[in-house]
Design a protein around this ligand. Structure first.
Ligand code: HEC
Ligand code: HEC
Ligand code: HEC
Ligand code: HEC
Length: 370
């Protein structure tokens, strides 16, 4: 995830976000004409006070007029998909569009909902209590054969849990617990463990780390230098429990289903496996994520454009503070999944799991509009 976040940051730095606060032009006549359109065409869903009539319908009150016009244009052109809005936007004249945008922009913003901000880290910490008996407090296991989860890469972690549940891996003792967890809980516990400090280990009884190291040349391209992965979908091996590592490597030749791994470990002898494991088990690892500060780190970047007082002449940037939470979730998922045509926001949201989108959405929904 780290390099994706970085790439996203750089692309934003290039585009930049100058702070030219050009107030949207709206005349009293526009607003009056717009209120007539709103009464007839929009009231049922957006209200005459600009508050979405149900969760998932965006608030329009106090939204920037220029953004409302741009959004209606996108529905009209099919760049945003919504059948009713496409029909409505197509029927409006240019004057009516400008008017209804001016009308909603002129309204006092809807006060922020008082909902709690969802923290995947804190949620994950609560879920992790059910794992501690085997994987150790903070994910540093004390039981030989049971893997450490501390510092592990989060996308790999989620994938691993699914492999147990779908039978791609032999069942493990925690399967009944995992089966009860929803997607947000699994992603949350992955983020929590990813953010814990892995403990340093002593050398295992079998294997020679110095002999094993050169054999890991082929592994390092994916698992990172000294087994510290920098790719969220590839596991770190550094500091992992040695008995578990041996079992896992042999598993790729028998029960675990992963073609790449099966290929690279196919010809290793037991001694070679012990040497490789002795090397990886004694390497120092580190947390893959900084879950406690994740929301702040992400929103610092979003606020370059979305902070309340930034209005940009070149981009029609929406106000997202105090927006309906469910609508924000839908909007961010739509960008991420390529269902809403805006390449800038797609690039911004593509690395985010549902749990992180939930966190971002609940955060902005809770902020005062102005
Ligand atoms: C049948 C219900 C309905 C009606 C009627 C309706 N809307 Fe919407 N509107 C929605 C929903 C639902 C969305 C969110 C759609 C999506 O996810 O893109 C939306 C989205 C929008 C957006 C995008 C907001 C944003 O933050 O991106 C604008 C602007 C908008 N509507 C304006 C209007 C105007 C103006 C009218 C009247 C001329 C109108 N709508 C009538 C349901 C409605
Ligand atoms: C009763 C003991 C036990 C409990 C409780 C338990 N686990 Fe496990 N877990 C194991 C064992 C043993 C393995 C290794 C299975 C194998 O060899 O594939 C494992 C493997 C894993 C792996 C794969 C790690 C890797 O590096 O691929 C993940 C992820 C995991 N557990 C997550 C969890 C989570 C999340 C919880 C709590 C909700 C949990 N476990 C609770 C015993 C347990
Ligand atoms: C082309 C990339 C690639 C190479 C090269 C590679 N791996 Fe992997 N490895 C992966 C991926 C991806 C996974 C996760 C597979 C899964 O979901 O089971 C994995 C999983 C593993 C696991 C399981 C970790 C766990 O926590 O359960 C071990 C152990 C492992 N690799 C060891 C090695 C060793 C040793 C080598 C070198 C001999 C190696 N790998 C080379 C990509 C690679
Ligand atoms: C470089 C400026 C920029 C940055 C940085 C940025 N956005 Fe946006 N955002 C925009 C623009 C422009 C739009 C309108 C795009 C469109 O028309 O679909 C938008 C639209 C949105 C919307 C849709 C709002 C609505 O009413 O439909 C959400 C939600 C959103 N951004 C959230 C975020 C989050 C969360 C981040 C940080 C991860 C972020 N944005 C970073 C410029 C930016």
């Amino acid at each position: 995830m780290k390099h994706l976040l970085l790439a996203m940051f750089l692309s934003v730095a290039l585009i930049g976000c100058s702070d030219e606060s050009a107030p949207d032009k709206q005349t009293a006549a526009d607003i009056r004409a717009g209120s007539v359109v709103a009464e007839k065409e929009c009231k049922a869903c957006h209200g005459l006070d600009g508050k979405g009539a149900a969760p998932g319908i965006p608030n329009l009150a106090g939204q920037r007029g220029r953004y409302i016009m741009a959004a209606l244009q996108e529905y009209k052109e099919g760049k945003r998909v919504h059948a009713a809005l496409r029909a409505i936007a197509t029927d409006l004249s240019e004057d009516q569009t400008r008017g209804v945008a001016a009308f909603y922009a002129s309204l006092a913003p809807v006060p922020a909902e008082k909902g709690a901000v969802f923290s995947p880290y804190e949620n994950g910490k609560a879920v992790a209590a059910a794992c501690a008996a085997c994987h150790g407090a903070n994910g540093n296991s004390k039981t030989a054969g049971t893997p450490n989860l501390a510092g592990q890469q989060p996308i790999y972690f989620v994938a691993a849990t699914q492999e147990y549940l779908t039978g791609k891996r032999e069942s493990a003792p925690m399967d009944p617990i995992l089966r009860k967890l929803g997607k947000l809980d699994i992603e949350s516990v992955a983020l929590y463990f990813a953010s814990q400090m892995p403990a340093q280990r002593s050398a295992p009884p079998a294997g020679n780390a110095a002999v094993g190291e050169p054999r890991t040349a082929v592994c390092g391209g994916c698992h990172g230098s000294h087994g510290v992965s920098t790719d969220a979908a590839t596991p770190s091996l550094a500091g992992q429990d040695p008995q578990y590592l041996v079992h896992a490597i042999k598993g790729y030749r028998t029960t675990r289903k992963n073609d790449t791994m099966a290929r690279v470990v196919a010809d290793l002898s037991d001694q070679e496996i012990n040497d490789i494991v002795a090397f990886y088990a004694t390497q120092k690892s580190k947390p893959a994520e900084d879950g406690q500060n994740l929301l702040r780190d992400i929103t610092d970047k979003c606020n370059r454009c979305h902070a309340g007082d930034i209005n940009n002449r070149a981009l029609a940037i929406p106000i997202i503070n105090a927006q309906d939470k469910d609508y924000l979730v839908l909007a961010l998922r739509a960008y991420r999944d390529g269902k809403r045509g805006n390449s800038l926001m797609h690039n911004m949201s593509v690395p985010y799991a549902d749990s992180i989108i939930e966190s971002i959405a609940s955060y902005y929904a809770s902020l005062p509009a102005k």
